[in-house]
Structure formats: C-alpha cells, structure tokens
Design a protein around this ligand. Sequence first.
Ligand code: FAD
Ligand code: NAP
Length: 545
Amino acid sequence: MSAPPSDSQPASRAVPSSVDVVVVGAGFSGMYLLHKLREMNLSAVAFEAGTDVGGTWYWNRYPGARVDVESLAYSYSFSEDLEQEYEWQERYPTQPEILRYARHVADRFDLRRDIFFRTRVNAAAYDEQGRTWRVRTEHGDAVTARFLVMATGCLSASKLPEIPGLDRFAGATYHTAHWPHEGVDFTGLRVGIIGTGSSGVQSIPVIAEQAAQLTVFQRTPAYSLPARNRRLRPDEIAAMKANYRAFRQAQKESGFGVPTPIPTKSALEVSDEERDATFERAWESGSLVNLLTAYADLSIDQAANDTAKRFIHRKIHQIVEDPRTAADLCPEYPVGTKRPCLDTGYYETYNRENVHLVNLRRTPIVEITERGIRTSDQAYEFDVIVYATGFDAMTGALTSVDIRGRGGASLDEAWSAGPRTYLGISSAGYPNLFMITGPGSPSVLSNMVVSIEQHVDWVTDAIAYLDHQGLTTIEPTQEAEDAWVDHVNLIADATLYPKANSWYMGANVPGKPQVFMPYAGGVGEYRKTCDEIAAQGYKGFALSV
Ligand code: FAD
Ligand code: NAP
C-alpha cells in the first residue's frame, strides 16, 4: 500500500508529564475540544497520528472527495467571527477546501502549539488510586491526565477487504482513506476499484475520466442522488450570514442536524402522482435529507420505503443505458438503511466505454493475483487497484487503543458483544473517559459537526461542573448504561435500519458483533435528553470527590 507522505510539523517539543486533559485526535472534534479547554484555563494536549489537523479531511484525499452536507451547515458554529469571516466557495466543497478550513481554524485559534502530530496513542490505563489516566504514545511518551477524551473519529480506522492475496499484486494499490498527498495520475492506466460506498461513488466518475479502463467490483450497490453541486452565490452566503444564529438553533433541534420541515404524511396515503412529484423534487434538490424526510414513514415502514426504492430504481434505469448494468446497480435493501450517497455523474459513468461493472453477487472475487483480481469466472489485469472498502466504523479507532479502566478491564473486551455506552459519551468502568460522537449517540446519522459541537460542549460542561463542585470523577452507573443501550436498541428496532448489512451494524467487519451502533432518535431529541441529564446533576452518573 502506498503510504501518504508527511506534511511538516516537526515534533521537537517534549510531551508534558501531566495535564488536566488528554485529547486523542485532531479532527473537527479534537480541534474544538482544545479550544474549549483552553478557554476554561485547563491544561490540555492533543495527540494526532497524522501530520496535520483535519482528521477525515486530512486522510481522505481520493479524487472526487467532497462533503455531502452543505458547507454553510457543515461548519463550526462556536465562533460567530469565524462564521462571518470564512468564505465557502462551493455548496458541497471538495476535500482540499474543507482541509483548508480546518487549517484556517487551527491557525486562527493557535491550536497547533498543543498538538503532537505523528503521534499515535496506543494505550491508556486508569489509575484508581491517583484517579488519573496514564496515556502512552507510540513513541514511548507517557502523560498523566485527570480526563481522557477520545476524539478519534467514527470513520478513521480504515479497512482493507478480507481477500486472499492482497500482498501479491505487483502494481500500485491505494486505499481511499490513505490517499497520497501528491495525488495519483491514472492517465492511460488499467484500474480496478473495489467498493461502491460513498468513497467509491465519489471517486469512480473522476478516475473514469483519466483511466484507460476502469473496472468496478461491486458487492452491494448504493443508493445515490445527484449532488447538483455549484459555486455558492454571494447573495445566499450573505443571507445565511445574516441569519446564522436562527439557522444554528434550527440545526440543533432537527433530526439530522440539517434543518428540514418535519414530514407528517405517509408515503402510502398520497397518490402515485403526488409521491413521484415529491421524490422528483428531492432528486432535483441535491439533498439527501430532502429524500430521507420526504415522508414520515420512509424509515419505519417497508411498504413506504419501497416507494422510494422503486423511484430510485426507475432513475437508475433511465440514466444507465445497458439494462443489465442498470439492474446490477439497483439496491434491494431499504433506502437509507446503508448510508446513501451524493454523487456527481455516478450512474452516467457506467455509460462510458472504458467503464465496466462486475457484480460480485454473481461472480465473487476469489483472490488478488500478481496481475490483478480473479473472480469466479474471470481474471482481470490491472496497473492499479483502489480499495474503497471503508472503515471499522464507530468502534475501530476506540478499541484499537489498549484502554484499561477499573480493575484493568479492557474496553475492547468489555465491548466484545457490541459497544456499551451511556449517551454514547462514556462507559461504566471507565471514569473520566469521554468519547466524542461515540456509539449510542446520533453521530454518523447526523451532520457531524453539529453532533461534535454538542458533545464537546456537554463534556466540557461536565468537567467544569466537577471542578466547580470540588468533585474528581464522573462515571456512568451500570444501570444507566444498560438502560441507555436498551433504549438505543429499542429505537433502532422500530426502524428499518437493522434490515441492511451496513457498517452501522458492524456487518462489514467479519466477526464484529452485529448491533446497530448509532442512536436513531434524532439530534434534537438526543440533545434534550443530554441537557436534562446534566440539569439533574448528571443523572445516571456516579460523581465522587
Ligand atoms: P476524524 O475526522 O476522523 O478525526 C479523528 C482523528 O483522530 C484522525 O485524524 C485520526 O488520525 C486521529 N486518531 C485516531 N486514533 C488515534 C490514536 N489512537 N492516536 C492518535 N490519533 C488518532 N460527516 C458529515 O457530517 N458530512 C459529510 O459529508 C461527511 N463526509 C465524510 C466523508 C468521508 C470520506 C469520511 C470518511 C467521513 C465523512 N463524514 C461526514 C464523517 C466525518 O468523519 C465527520 O464529519 C468529522 O470529520 C469527524 O471528525 P472527528 O474529529 O470526530 O473525527
Ligand atoms: P463503505 O460505505 O463501507 O463502502 C465500502 C464498500 O466496499 C462497500 O461497497 C462494500 O461492500 C465494499 N467492500 C468491502 N469489503 C469488500 C470485499 N471484501 N469485497 C467486495 N467489496 C467489499 O465505505 P466508504 O465508501 O469509505 O464510506 C464510509 C462512510 O464514510 C460513508 O458511509 C459516509 O458516512 C462517509 N463518507 C461520506 C462521503 C461523502 O459523500 N461526504 C464520502 C465518503 C465517505 P458491502 O456494502 O457489500 O459491504
């Protein structure tokens, strides 16, 4: 696998031996955390495996990488000055534009001086006597902290497929989440790509334009909507800037962190004509949320969901000229139960002569060979293989650190039957350990910047509360955690989400327990619950002096 080269950032400073808070990760979560902790006059350091800030937007540099929540919404709200001064260029910015934003934030708030780059945290153990966390890095440094916050990201532990022969291929290989910083020139090359989730759907049209041939290996098709990306107009930027506070409030109260009218009608109570017109408007709008919230019962009723499925199937058949390819591109699982995608020319790409789709349901991959990929019926030869095969999502980055709580209990082992948290923020047996957008919170079912800010605010408020009350530890009770896990499952089971083999369920990682991991009750409802718990003196948590 070709490794990304490093940026800059010499790590010449010494790691302090003791701080109030250790933050792991310097993506949007870790950056905002550092800023807040400084405002509270707490000492903090962040450790980041990469060579710069930005997290997701630092690592995922594949061609076509973009956000699928609009820039004016997918941005920090904590600083009105930042909001007003930053000039977004596009409705759905590219990875370089979002990384530029992250770097701007790091510079503007002088964050880098407390971040140790190129430094992976590989262990953290709770000292019950000292009531502190002892955090160890890959370089052998150790730091003691009163609080440990894992801002390690839901989608940061990338995953190669379990296919025999991965190391055998003689050509170049790339994973979308470890893209070389200097880019890849596919001109004239025969390229194979495995994976048709969001990363595949975004990169396939761009790679197809360069490559001599592109062969797409698809195990499960994605539902994808055209993004209808464009440059932002000065008048719409000005209108948003004039109205930002109200917009941010609406984000906080919404279901997905993106303000949309709450649907009241069933997809089954309207005429076919009315329904088609509604779906058509969503399709034209270039907004996933408009599709997912077109009717009240799309996420809970199979028959209602089937109406959306049929609409998208029809669209695919209209766009893709070869009927067999079109049929292969039509997903069967309920719309929205795997993360839907937003694309630029995805289905159209299959009309190109240099693009070929291999349906792995019919002809599975047998092995990677020295020259390419062999399926059950054919050997394909490539110069390059791209793995758009995703992540060990939600838990992978947390359990890959050797976290030991009370009695030396390993978090990885404690979660062996699936993650167990209270509010997706903390876990029983791990005092003063917080997770940002952890499993059991809305996280990946939302505009994540909204969820990140909410968690950072809640966690830092909790720390301030402890300090103000002269308390030293906070830890969920087993009862509160069990009740929260049951609640998360109850809500998930009332939806269609568990019907798909998705990474939400852990289904993409062989052997991973299949549990629906995010909280599906909506961003607004979840925030209310978190706020009520805090207002009741952190109900469900044991606090001690
Ligand atoms: P991350 O950005 O993942 O940052 C975590 C950081 O922690 C990483 O830099 C990682 O290197 C570091 N880290 C992890 N473990 C360790 C360790 N042990 N030691 C040291 N450092 C460590 N969300 C949306 O809402 N809208 C979108 O359109 C959207 N698009 C996305 C596109 C892609 C390609 C991907 C992968 C995700 C996307 N997401 C999107 C989700 C995205 O991850 C979040 O929006 C957000 O960027 C997460 O920020 P974070 O800081 O929580 O995590
Ligand atoms: P992903 O959604 O998990 O997709 C991985 C793809 O690889 C799937 O099609 C999967 O097939 C396939 N795959 C995995 N192992 C395979 C194997 N052994 N053989 C054949 N195919 C295999 O990963 P991703 O595309 O990187 O996206 C992850 C998440 O990141 C998204 O869901 C989204 O939340 C976020 N993201 C967002 C954007 C955006 O538009 N803003 C862009 C990229 C990523 P199966 O489905 O059959 O497992």
